[in-house]
Design a binder for this molecule. Sequence first.
Ligand code: NAD
Ligand code: UDP
Ligand code: UDP
Length: 324
Amino acid sequence: MRYGSTKRVLVTGGAGFLGSHLCERLLAQGHEILCVDNFFTGTRRNIQKLLDHDRFELLRHDVTFPLYVEVDEIYNLACPASPIHYQFDPVQTTKTSVHGAINMLGLAKRLRARIMQASTSEVYGDPEVHPQPESYWGRVNPIGIRSCYDEGKRCAETLFFDYHRQHRVEIKVARIFNTYGPRMHPNDGRVVSNLIVQALKGEDITVYGDGSQTRSFCYVDDLIEGFLKLMNTQPEVTGPVNLGNPGEFSIAELAEIVLDLTGSRSKVVYRPLPADDPRQRRPDISVARTELGWEPQIQLREGLVRTIAYFEEFLREEGTLKLT
Ligand code: NAD
Ligand code: UDP
Ligand code: UDP
């Protein structure tokens, strides 16, 4: 560490949805931030407010290539997260998770820096155990259209634990469950952004399948709090730790709530369920509660109100808002 409690922190994927919120929180804590992003799904708009800050530096770089910089701590978030984006170039998705992890772990090993991996509930696949504890090994299709993401993230976890065992790198692995909030990509096809944008534009609300599949939605501020708590645990706490909101909703229920909160008159239409779409997902957060003293504070309706406000502003600027 350089001086006092101020650290130089590398955030890969820092111009993305979660990364931009993390950069903002770390800056507010007084740290120096190096944000690395190749702008595949991230945007300058997400970090616009941070660009003029003298403790914020932006580097356009792809983590599948080596990176030689000097930092004290690394958050590895670089990877497209929504099915539309990670299936656009699946080979690059696996490379980003696997080569990206190798490069960032090589960097952490050289610098003796602590490193956190943004893993995912997708490592549990279409789970037979419900809710999912960290001890569950998952049920993942290795050759399906989601595999580039799921298996890439699973391999990244393997690399994290091998660098820890073999090279004593200090690791923290967070398994993130569906997270939503301001700065989600409006066209990335994820359910919360899709439904809100459709409702605000007065378009049909697309529910895939019969809408009975479930997800548990965590508000972004809660999740970032979990990242910070995990990063600051004792060295022996490696994870994996589930971070998510245990409140579970069917997609049909979510559509109802979005319609209610936006006051939209959009109608719900049903579309085919994508291949390998998990039936249910809900985190068991006992480990996060005991080891991090963390649990989400913001319930779904409250988080949705804030997210709707963000998209209203976004669409108003774009000129596509249909509600008054
Ligand atoms: P996002 O797509 O908004 O952010 C990912 C960022 O990584 C983008 O800025 C993108 O440009 C960048 N990126 C992608 N490939 C890169 C590469 N090769 N080199 C450098 N930068 C690259 O997604 P997000 O929701 O902010 O997700 C951040 C991380 O959290 C991802 O690793 C994702 O897998 C994980 N995660 C997110 C969720 C969620 O619900 N949002 C759930 C589970 C896991
Ligand atoms: N690496 C990097 N930055 C560094 C150190 C390493 O990007 O500061 C990359 C480097 O490209 C290497 C990878 O991390 O291929 C893994 O590093 P490690 O030291 O584990 O392996 P090695 O260099 O022995 O292949
Ligand atoms: N979904 C939906 N309508 C949409 C987008 C997604 O019904 O417009 C469904 C999707 O099939 C899945 C759930 O919502 O069952 C969550 O999808 P998302 O892509 O947000 O996250 P993931 O499937 O990766 O958990």
